[in-house]
Design a protein around this ligand. Structure first.
Ligand code: COA
Length: 152
């Protein structure tokens, strides 16, 4: 998809992102309710990147500048169901990986049951570096993944 613009989200974009998060997997299974999603998306520690297609919001990514070992951490990413599988998520990941030009590493977490997202991250060069069993809910892990943005 080529008609996607990604820019820094506003307060209204954060509210929209919270609604998408609260109504989507994996957060439904993880039991993250609307109020928690709103508090999370409003947290000023996170940069919110907003994807728009012909001006209409279609996805977001929350990025913590120094979330893991001083490197940026992708805290959440979601695309509206109607346009999934058309490259918006990949464009958001590209934008996050470019957002801090001096960053050498990027981290993210993915739920063990989110097999499609895990496949996407693996394809994009993320590798598993750790696993936290029963971290949010019983019988599911959060898997910490890492990508080297700059070769040593
Ligand atoms: C994961 C997600 C952000 C990817 O965005 P996208 O625009 O669909 O991604 P792209 O089009 O760039 O890449 C497609 C790949 O995304 C993954 N994907 C597609 N639909 C997905 C879904 N419903 N859930 C999880 N991953 C999905 C697949 O790996 C897919 O590749 P495939 O078609 O070969 O299976 C998006 O699908 C989504 O919002 N999913 C629900 C929320 C989620 O799982 N967020 C990740 C939390 S760690």
């Amino acid at each position: 998809m080529t008609d996607i613009d990604i820019d820094l989200g506003s307060d209204a974009d954060r509210e929209w992102s919270a609604k998408l998060m609260a109504s989507s997997e994996p957060w439904l299974t993880l039991g993250r309710d609307s109020a928690t999603c709103l508090a999370y998306c409003r947290d000023p520690q996170f940069v919110v990147l907003m994807a728009r297609r012909v001006g209409a919001r279609c996805g977001f990514l929350l990025l913590h500048p120094t979330g893991v070992a001083g490197s940026p951490y992708i805290a959440s990413i979601a695309v509206i169901a109607a346009v999934r599988g058309q490259g918006v998520g990949s464009e958001l990941l590209d934008a996050a990986e470019r957002w801090f030009p001096k960053a050498r590493h990027m981290f993210l977490c993915v739920s063990s049951f989110n097999t499609r997202a895990r496949k996407l991250y693996k394809r994009r060069g993320y590798t598993r570096v750790g696993e936290f069993p029963d971290y949010v809910i019983a019988d599911a892990s959060e898997i910490l993944m890492h990508k080297r943005l700059v070769q040593p």
